[in-house]
Design a protein around this ligand. Structure first.
Ligand SMILES: C[S@@+](CC[C@H](N)C(=O)[O-])C[C@H]1O[C@@H](n2cnc3c(N)ncnc32)[C@H](O)[C@@H]1O
Length: 237
């Protein structure tokens, strides 16, 4: 059964544009790049790179990158937008890459798309160099517990974000600007448990606020901070 991405690729490319949607452009990009700037990373892997936006941002900083993604049309667009870049069709759960090859592994809003999370985390850890960094931008689990219809108007006329069945891991079909895809809701403890069990050390955690004020989107993202950023380190050998 399709995860929706092949059918949604064109709408995704159109919707995200070159600059990214509000959450990427005004919430996540700056704090993600802050974790990277000035740290001498040489070779990065972007797992679930989509049409390659974050790879291009890393490459502008002089970091060599490999982007992997299973959606052929997105990889084709990544290659089109960045002909010199290295973009490969592949799945997080089975990285066809050598052990210890990367000093930085990034997943930018792709963990929620990956069906077999334990296998994906094991693979990301495997390809990291000892001492290397795993940088994650993910949807907060309370926000995925609200998908697909978190914002609802109550009987009092007020609009609030509703969550339910938080502890129940499940697939959710999510639609956004013509994109219809399968995401996975998992409680935060699932992510943290797997990352801790893999031996990584947590170095940074943030729930970034929008960098702009006075817009309806900024208000929404302040009321419900959809994202977190985590940085984990693979212990030095
Ligand atoms: C929300 S998009 C994020 C794309 C990109 N990182 C960005 O921020 O623009 C999620 C991506 O995960 C990819 N994906 C789905 N299943 C995957 C898997 N098993 N392994 C790796 N990536 C996967 C999708 O093809 C899609 O490109």
């Amino acid at each position: 059964m399709s995860n929706g991405w092949p059918e949604s690729a064109a709408a995704w490319i159109d919707g995200i544009g070159e600059r990214g949607d509000f959450g990427r452009e005004f919430v996540l990009d700056a704090p993600m790049m802050e974790r990277i700037s000035g740290r001498s990373f040489e070779l990065a892997l972007d797992v679930g790179c989509g049409e390659g936006r974050f790879c291009r941002m890393l490459r502008e900083k002089g970091i060599r990158t490999v982007g992997i993604d299973p959606t052929e049309a997105l990889i084709a667009q990544a290659r089109h937008r960045d002909p010199e870049g290295d973009y490969r069709i592949g799945r997080a759960e089975d990285l066809q890459l050598p052990d210890g090859a990367f000093d930085l592994v990034v997943t930018y809003l792709s963990l929620i798309d990956i069906p077999d999370l334990p296998a994906a985390i094991a693979e990301m850890v495997r390809v990291l160099k000892p001492g290397g960094t795993l940088l994650i931008a993910n949807l907060n689990s309370f926000s995925t517990a609200g998908l697909p219809q978190g914002w609802q108007r109550g009987a009092d006329g007020e609009t609030r974000f509703h969550i339910d069945n938080y502890l129940e891991e499940r697939a959710i079909w999510f639609t956004w600007r013509g994109v219809g895809i399968r995401n996975w809701h998992r409680p935060l403890s699932t992510y943290m448990g797997l990352l801790l069990k893999s031996g990584l050390l947590l170095k940074y955690f943030a729930e970034p606020a929008p960098s702009v004020a006075n817009s309806p989107e900024a208000e929404e993202y302040r009321r419900v901070p959809y994202f977190h950023i985590m940085e984990w380190q693979k212990p030095a050998a």
